[in-house]
Design a protein around this ligand. Structure first.
Ligand code: UD1
Length: 421
């Protein structure tokens, strides 16, 4: 298994281009299943989760052509309507094929995702929402078996549906399904994440009638058919945020290009509060810091509040800041897997329920640590960048799921990082 070896103590300096967002690309790739003609995408990052999604779509009969960051998907001849356990267990976002398959073909068989390192993460709201649209759904042998064959014209029926927890992929699945339903669907308490908005923008280009994406009420008036379109995936705000924290922690000076500061308000606010100098234009963010940071309290919540996908990275910042910070995780029940590993580097953290108390230490010491999930791994990289000596991060396949060209990007900014077997 590959590992990442980091020599700490080098300030990050230079320019960086932010990649297309993983969490926007995944639902948009799945949205190709809705269209009768090819969907052309650009800014699709080279990531393991994207490879997995493309492989899944390929098993269904979607013809995929990928060249650099451009992907064309032709779902005019889909033969299989199934996502197997083998696929879904490696990537929970595979559940995003459920809504599109059911809406266009009237049948879908998708494995239940099962457990996951950061909590139980059920998909009950995806299922209940589709049932509200009239789908017949049975759970058998660990699979969600869904059908619309009993419905008028075999089409899902528009419905009003309130999600009692804000769910990002749930909102996306239901929005895609409703795009081809008969009549009007209103999704209440919908997720407002920028990736939901990017998916809605792509669906609209494909012929969907959607209003309200980015607010907590999304209205979709179903159409009979959707067609292909061209769409450029929105920038990855979590990748951007991770490099911003890296610049701040290492006392660096980094200019991020191809970024949307308006999607990162909560993170920018926290970095400024910690003492970093953050300047923005419409498409750039410039982070400068002397590396002397103050502890900042964090509380994760759905967008536009502080994102759970940046919690581990801000935890890493607090580990070496001056003072004591309270980090509260409200989205996932078990998202402190990075704490024990950060402690191996010398961090002073205690956990009480969903809150971690982080007391800043003057210096971390390099050690061997293990990546446990995507963002937890990112926090270990950040800690390794400022730790004394060598930090070895094992199981970095987690990082490859979500950070495009990680070592190349870090090396270009002056970090001493290498991959080894
Ligand atoms: C998405 C993101 C992930 C991010 C998360 C929260 C993708 C591919 N992944 O994950 O990076 O960390 O949003 O911003 O976009 N829940 C239910 N029932 C459901 C669905 C969710 O109770 O049917 C709960 C979950 O257990 C969790 C909360 O809702 O506590 C939010 O989860 P959700 O927004 O669904 O996360 P994902 O969409 O899986």
């Amino acid at each position: 298994m590959q590992k990442l070896i980091i020599q700490g103590g080098f300030a990050l300096k230079g320019e960086l281009t932010v990649s297309g967002a993983k969490n926007a690309a995944l639902p948009i790739l799945c949205a190709s299943l809705l269209a009768e003609t090819p969907l052309h995408l650009s800014s699709v990052a080279a990531l393991k989760d994207i490879d997995t999604t493309i492989k899944l779509l390929d098993t269904m009969g979607v013809k995929v052509v990928r060249e650099a960051d451009k992907v064309t998907l032709d779902a005019s001849d889909v033969q299989s309507f199934e996502a197997t356990y083998e696929m879904v267990k490696t990537m929970r976002a595979s559940i995003l094929v459920l809504g599109p398959l059911l809406a266009r073909f009237g049948t879908a068989r998708v494995s239940l995702p099962g457990g996951c390192a950061i909590g139980s993460r059920p998909v009950d709201l995806h299922i209940k929402g589709l049932q509200a649209m009239g789908a017949a759904i049975h759970i058998t042998h660990g699979y969600i078996q869904a059908s619309t064959l009993h419905l008028p014209n075999r089409r899902l029926q528009g419905a009003r549906y309130y999600m009692d927890v804000v769910t990002v992929t749930g909102t996306e699945n239901l929005m895609m399904a409703a795009s081809l339903a008969e009549g009007k669907t209103v999704l209440e308490n919908a997720a407002k994440e920028p990736e939901v908005v990017d998916l809605a923008e792509c669906l609209i280009k494909m012929g969907a009638n959607i209003t309200g994406a980015g607010t907590d009420v999304i209205t979709i008036v179903g159409v009979e058919k959707l067609h292909g379109a061209s769409h450029n995936i929105v920038c990855d705000r979590i990748e951007a945020g991770t490099y911003m924290v890296a610049a701040a922690m290492t006392g660096g000076d980094v200019l991020l290009n191809n970024v949307r500061p308006d999607l990162l308000d909560a993170v920018i606010e926290k970095l400024r509060e910690a003492g970093a100098d953050v300047k923005c234009t419409k498409n750039t963010i410039h982070v400068k810091s002397d590396g002397k940071l103050k502890a900042v309290n964090i509380r994760t919540a759905p967008h536009p509040a502080f994102p759970t996908d940046m919690q581990a990275q801000l935890m890493a910042l607090n580990v070496v800041a001056t003072g004591v910070a309270k980090v509260t995780e409200t989205i996932f029940e078990n998202r402190f897997m990075h704490v024990q590993e950060l402690q191996r580097l010398g961090a002073d953290i205690s956990i009480d329920g969903n809150t971690a108390l982080v007391k800043g230490v003057a210096q971390l010491d390099g050690a061997i640590v293990m990546a446990t999930d995507l963002r937890a791994s990112a926090s270990l990289v950040l800690a390794g960048l400022v730790a004394k000596g060598e930090t070895v991060i094992e199981r970095i396949y987690h990082l490859d799921r979500g950070y495009e060209y990680l070592e190349e990007k870090l090396t270009k900014l002056g970090a001493k990082v290498r991959r080894a077997n």
